[in-house]
Each structure stands twice: as structure tokens, then as C-alpha cells.
Write a protein that binds this ligand. Structure first.
Ligand SMILES: Cc1ncc(COP(=O)(O)O)c(C=O)c1O
Length: 495
């Protein structure tokens, strides 16, 4: 007994030495699972309250019943590993059916193919990898590959180009329609061009690029043509079937060679669900990655991730089946009606300016009469989460709204609050817009940004409580200064 007592004491002392200077995350007394659940709930409760139905970004909430099913399906396949499609036949079958459904929706044919991915960015990375590796095989003369895309294309393309060492040749868009001209694509194409990109629609303004003309030009020049339908893929086919005037944007358009489409947006399923689709199955070979030249198991990855949960695929499969074609159509009917109401309200408000002609439930508006930072802040006080977009090129500072199913029931209240706040700010403008001298912004250094953080009382590991001032600075800064500021903040945020 005595020996055991010493042994315990020694153990404690040793543990004390090992843990000295460490955080108390690993506790000597392990908490029970109930205590841990409580801690998780506490953290979750402090998050953006998406359950309110007043959040117009980030979250795409299906019906309560669908949500329940999604959670069950995710949990059922949580542990199954998508690394090896021959080991988990269930995942292969579900992926075949999900991709088959996506191809049917987007007018693929018997020779079309695709893969389930974990997000739009991954799908876009794979589209660009496919183009790059196809050129390596078929166009060895291409030394410095590039793709041509409008400035409104999602940042994921820039990230993919950065990762894959492909140049992004950016073309401008019209200041009224926010879409690019075919002449701009034509002028940008050179002997190193692999692919032309169009969005259907673009995230920022919700407008569709002239896909038919882009694809025709790609065919004429013997190039690939990618359509980014990350937000539109699970939405526009239903809007078309409801009679909305939506131009063709998918594989029904001659010359479109690949499409990215997300399920975790307007497919209303759990995060980690998107796909990359190819008109011609033969192209998919350039998307695959294989590695047998190492001492372990042979790798053949259709997508970026290797080991991956089967949860998000199972949730997606279950949700698609549960909502069905008619379910999605009815959701789109609701969100399109809400979008029309908001669009008309914005047009009718003399202080707000609708940007472009949004085709689906994504709208952006600017203003030269009211301070949009203040507007976003006051709307937040009323419980609405709406998204600020910084000015860039011909796109002014604006507010973006993604109106999802959960927002529909609140849309009249939203319009009332938006009008009230805009009118209030127009009647008594706030002196928020401290002009930041451009010279000062351009000369900002990482040290100065960290001093600013200190001045704002933002310590390492903390996000600023009120983002208004930071947003104003970011909006006024050039893209490269903006990137630097963001890197400083985020580098301090994560451990
Ligand atoms: C048009 C478009 N493309 C690509 C993406 C990137 O998708 P993800 O955030 O799933 O990587 C988004 C995200 O909003 C988008 O709107």
C-alpha cells in the first residue's frame, strides 16, 4: 500500500513536470462525455445564430426533417473511408448515384463523368489540374499555362492557379452588367491558354456570364471551357423549369467541357459536398492522381483528399433523395419569389442601387447616399447578418444577400428593416467614413497592422468584436495591402 502511495505521488509529480507551462486542455481528471458536450454547446451557442433564419450567408438550411436525416446519414457513414472505393462499396454506389443525378440535372450524356468533392474550391482545383495535365500531355509546346477568366470569377480560381502554377489572366467586366465581353476573352487568349472560365452565376453579383459565347470561342480556339456553377448548379435547372428566363449554361451548351457544382449550397446538404463534372469521361484521367512509386500502398485519388469521411457523401445522397426534384423546385419557387420582392424593394429605395441584373437568389446593392458599413452594423443589431463586399475595380463597396430557404419566411420583415435603416441613415448620415489617406494605407507594414490590433484591444487568438473599423480600412486599401492586413490578422487568430 505504502509503495503504491509513493508510486501515485511520483506519477503526479512527473505529470506536473510534463504539464508545466502547458495549457490545461489535457486535464488530470478527465471530464465526462456529458461535461464535454456541455462545453461544446457553450461554444456553439456563442456562434452566429443561423437557426434564426436571419443569416444571409454561410448557411443553407433545409427543412427540420431533412436536417434530421442529414445528421443521421452523416453519422452512419462517419467512419467509412472514401480512400478506397473498392473497400467501401456503399460509398462507390452513393457517389455513382449522386454524380449521375448531377449529370442529369446539368444535361450530361452517357459519356459524361464526375466525382464527389468536399467543396467548390476542390472542384475548381481539379478542373484546373485537369486542364493543366491535359496540356502537358497534348500540348507540350505550352510552357507557361494560363486560363482566362473575368474579375468576377470566384477567388477559388485564383487559389487553384496559385497552387497549380497556372497563370490567371483576368479580364474586366462591364460596369452595369458585371459580365465580361467576348472581345475581352478573345484579346486575352494566347498560345499558352488552356481554358476559358465563366460563372453561372458569379457569387458577388449573382449574374450569369455569356456562357454560349464563351464556349463557342473556346471551341473555335480549341480550348477547354469551364463553367462555375457552384451556386447555380443546384438552383438554375429548377428556376428554368419554373419558367424563369435563364439562359442555357450547362452541358447542353456546345463547347462546355467541365462544370463545378456544389451540393452544400443550394443542394442544402451538410458541408463537404460538391462535384466536378466532365462532358467527356476521357478528360477525367487528367484529374486523377496516382502514385505507385513509394514503399506503401498504391495511391489512386480521383480528388484532392485521400482519406475522407463517407459522412458528407451519405448526407448528400440522403438529402437529394429526400427532397427530390419537386422538393428543390418548391424551395427555388420560394426563394425566387423572395428575391423578386427584395430586388423590387432595393430598386424602389432611392438610397440603394441594385448592382447588375441578378438572375437567382443572390443580390448585391451599393449606395452613394448611405454608409453601408453602418447599415450592415444596424441591420446586425436587428438580428440580420448580411455580407459586406469591398470595392474592387468597377464594383463599388456593396452588400451581398444570399437569400436561402430559411430566410423566406422573414423576408417582409427584412425589407421593412432594410428600408427603415437605409432611410434613417439617409436622413441623418453618420460621420463614419473617416477618409484614410491612400498614401498611409499603401505604406502600411505588418508591424503597423499589429499596432493597430493592439490599439483595438485585439490580442492573439482573438477576432475583433466589432469589425466596422477594420472593414473600412480593408475597403479603402489596395488588394495587396488588404491581403497583407488579412494575413496579419489571421496569423494572429490561429494558434
Ligand atoms: C460561384 C462560386 N464558386 C466557388 C465557390 C467556392 O466554394 P467553396 O466555398 O465550397 O469552396 C463559391 C463559394 O461561395 C462560389 O460562390
Amino acid at each position: 500500500m505504502e509503495f503504491y502511495g509513493y508510486y501515485c505521488l511520483l506519477n503526479e509529480l512527473l505529470l506536473g513536470i510534463i504539464m508545466k507551462g502547458k495549457s490545461d486542455f489535457f486535464q488530470k481528471e478527465r471530464p465526462s462525455s456529458q461535461v464535454i458536450e456541455g462545453l461544446l454547446s457553450e461554444m456553439k451557442n456563442a456562434d452566429l445564430p443561423w437557426q434564426s433564419g436571419k443569416v444571409m450567408a454561410y448557411v443553407y438550411e433545409p427543412s427540420a426533417e431533412a436536417y434530421d436525416l442529414i445528421k443521421k446519414a452523416y453519422m452512419m457513414f462517419l467512419t467509412e473511408n472514401g480512400l478506397d472505393p473498392t473497400a467501401f462499396g456503399s460509398l462507390l454506389k452513393m457517389e455513382q448515384e449522386v454524380i449521375g443525378t448531377a449529370l442529369e440535372l446539368l444535361n450530361g450524356d452517357g459519356n459524361s463523368a464526375g466525382n464527389f468533392t468536399f467543396g467548390g474550391t476542390e472542384s475548381i482545383i481539379l478542373a484546373i489540374k485537369t486542364a493543366r495535365d491535359y496540356a502537358r500531355d497534348k500540348r507540350p509546346d505550352v510552357q507557361r499555362p494560363n486560363i482566362v477568366l473575368p474579375v468576377t470569377a470566384h477567388a477559388a480560381f485564383f487559389k487553384a492557379c496559385h497552387y497549380l502554377c497556372v497563370e490567371a489572366k483576368v479580364i474586366p467586366v462591364d460596369e452595369k452588367t458585371f459580365t465580361p465581353s467576348i472581345d475581352a476573352y478573345r484579346d486575352a487568349i494566347d498560345e499558352n491558354t488552356l481554358m476559358l472560365v465563366g460563372s453561372s452565376p458569379s457569387y458577388a453579383h449573382g449574374v450569369i456570364d455569356p456562357i454560349k459565347d464563351i464556349a463557342a470561342l473556346a471551341q473555335e480556339k480549341n480550348l477547354l471551357c469551364h463553367v462555375d456553377a457552384c451556386v447555380g448548379g443546384m438552383y438554375l435547372p429548377f428556376a428554368q423549369s419554373l419558367g424563369y428566363d435563364i439562359p442555357d449554361f450547362d452541358f447542353s451548351v456546345e463547347g462546355v467541357t467541365s462544370i463545378s457544382m456544389d451540393f452544400h449550397k443550394y443542394g442544402y446538404t451538410a458541408k463537404g459536398a460538391s462535384c466536378i463534372l466532365h462532358k467527356d469521361r476521357a478528360m477525367r484521367k487528367y484529374q486523377l492522381y496516382t502514385c505507385s512509386a513509394w514503399s506503401g500502398y498504391s495511391i489512386v485519388n480521383p480528388t484532392v483528399l485521400s482519406s475522407k469521411t463517407g459522412g458528407s457523401l451519405a448526407a448528400c445522397w440522403a438529402n437529394l433523395k429526400f427532397l427530390g426534384y419537386e422538393g428543390y423546385k418548391s424551395i427555388v419557387e420560394g426563394t425566387q419569389a423572395a428575391k423578386t420582392k427584395v430586388e423590387e424593394a432595393v430598386k424602389a429605395n432611392p438610397h440603394l442601387d441594385l448592382l447588375g441584373q441578378p438572375v437567382m437568389n443572390m443580390i448585391a446593392f451599393g449606395s452613394d447616399k448611405v454608409d453601408l458599413f453602418e447599415l450592415a452594423g444596424r441591420m446586425k443589431q436587428k438580428g440580420w447578418y448580411i455580407q459586406l463586399q469591398f470595392k474592387h475595380g468597377i464594383s463599388p463597396t456593396n452588400i451581398h444577400l444570399s437569400i436561402n430557404r430559411a430566410n423566406v419566411r422573414h423576408i417582409d420583415n427584412f425589407i421593412t428593416d432594410l428600408n427603415a435603416v437605409a432611410n434613417e441613415l439617409a436622413a441623418s448620415p453618420v460621420e463614419g467614413g473617416i477618409p484614410f489617406p491612400q498614401e498611409l494605407l499603401d505604406s502600411l507594414t505588418p508591424e503597423m497592422v499589429n499596432q493597430l490590433k493592439e490599439g483595438l484591444g485585439v490580442g492573439d487568438g482573438e477576432a475583433p468584436g466589432d469589425l466596422t473599423l477594420v472593414n473600412r480600412i480593408l475597403d479603402a486599401a489596395s488588394p495587396s495591402t488588404r491581403d497583407m492586413i488579412l494575413k496579419e490578422f489571421v496569423n494572429g487568430l490561429f494558434r
